[in-house]
Write a protein that binds this ligand. Structure first.
Ligand code: DAK
Length: 258
């Protein structure tokens, strides 16, 4: 498959997608998002892939939605065209884990795209912001919803209302990113983590993703109940037998993803 704005690679059981629109710091347009969605869906359906990584360049993960495109749109264009929603929403239905490897700017839609992933690992030069207010608009892909869940209401308000940039250290302290690594090691560290995840039983990994995501969308009792049902169901898998017997036999587990 050929792409205009992304690069796609398979590294053993890891699917790597690199945003590649350097002239505009990976600004997100429809073609780019169509390509990202298609590549993620392709890896999601590929039995040989256990985890995906989404990254950008050293300078920018993505500097937001393409302002040149948005500037021309009126209400009817965005509403009737289901602007962005049609090619962003499918990302939240991807069942395998996605890690965002963020270096440089993750602004507006770039920050929202990273938050659509399951884990954000940041380089020490990463900068996060929701600067839409400066353009006379507001976050439209989860900035006002996922950010407060990640970093607290006060910090999300601060970010969305003031448009200030949060550096990697603050983002880690606030809980937006899981860890910060030196820029030169970002991709190797992220791929190492993705390989570790991909080495585990795929259906179990998918269940864990599903269960953690459920915690965002339901109350505690319902969430714990959901977790318990999935936990019980892991006992019907061959990989649960393999994992536990491997421990008892003091040998590495060889998961068959079933
Ligand atoms: N769109 C288009 N072009 C962009 C861009 C963007 N978001 N960001 C940067 N560029 C372009 C610049 O215009 C420049 O192009 P040339 O002048 O070379 O032709 C080139 O990239 C390099 O940028 P700079 O020259 O500005 O580079 P600097 O290092 O000086 O500054 C910067 C880097 C990232 C601080 C600056 O470029 C900047 O502030 N960029 C805009 C950031 C921004 O405001 N982003 C938020 C956009 S609003 C939705 C989902 C999502 C969204 C909306 C709806 N739905 C689901 C409905 C998202 C909205 C947004 O993201």
């Amino acid at each position: 498959m050929s792409h205009q704005y992304i690069l796609v690679q398979k590294k053993d059981r890891v699917g790597l997608i690199t945003l590649n629109r350097p002239a505009v710091l990976n600004a997100l347009n429809d073609t780019l998002m169509d390509e990202v969605c298609a590549a993620l869906a392709h890896f999601d359906a590929d039995e040989e892939i256990g985890c995906m990584v989404l990254t950008g360049s050293d300078k920018a993960f993505a500097a937001g939605a393409d302002i040149g495109v948005m500037a021309q749109y009126g209400l009817m264009d965005v509403y009737k065209g289901d602007y962005i929603t049609r090619n962003w929403a499918p990302i939240s239905r991807i069942r395998k884990p996605i890690i965002a490897a963020v270096a440089g700017y993750a602004l507006g839609g770039g920050c929202e795209l990273a938050m659509l992933c399951d884990i954000i690992i940041a380089a020490d030069n990463a900068k996060f912001a929701q600067p839409e207010v400066k353009l006379g608009t507001m976050p439209g892909a989860g900035g006002t919803q996922r950010l407060p869940r990640a970093v607290s209401k006060a910090k999300a308000m601060d970010m969305c209302l003031s448009a200030r940039m949060m550096d990697a250290t603050e983002a880690e302290r606030a809980g937006l990113v899981s860890r910060v690594v030196p820029l030169a090691q970002l991709l190797s560290e992220v791929i190492k983590t993705a390989e570790t995840i991909a080495s585990y039983s795929l259906p179990i990994v998918m269940m864990i993703k599903e269960a953690v995501n459920r915690s965002y969308e339901t109350g505690l009792a319902e969430g714990v109940h959901f977790e318990r049902r999935l936990f019980y169901s892991t006992f019907a898998s061959e990989d649960q037998k393999e994992g536990m017997h491997a421990f008892l036999e003091k040998r590495p587990a060889h998961f068959q993803h079933k």
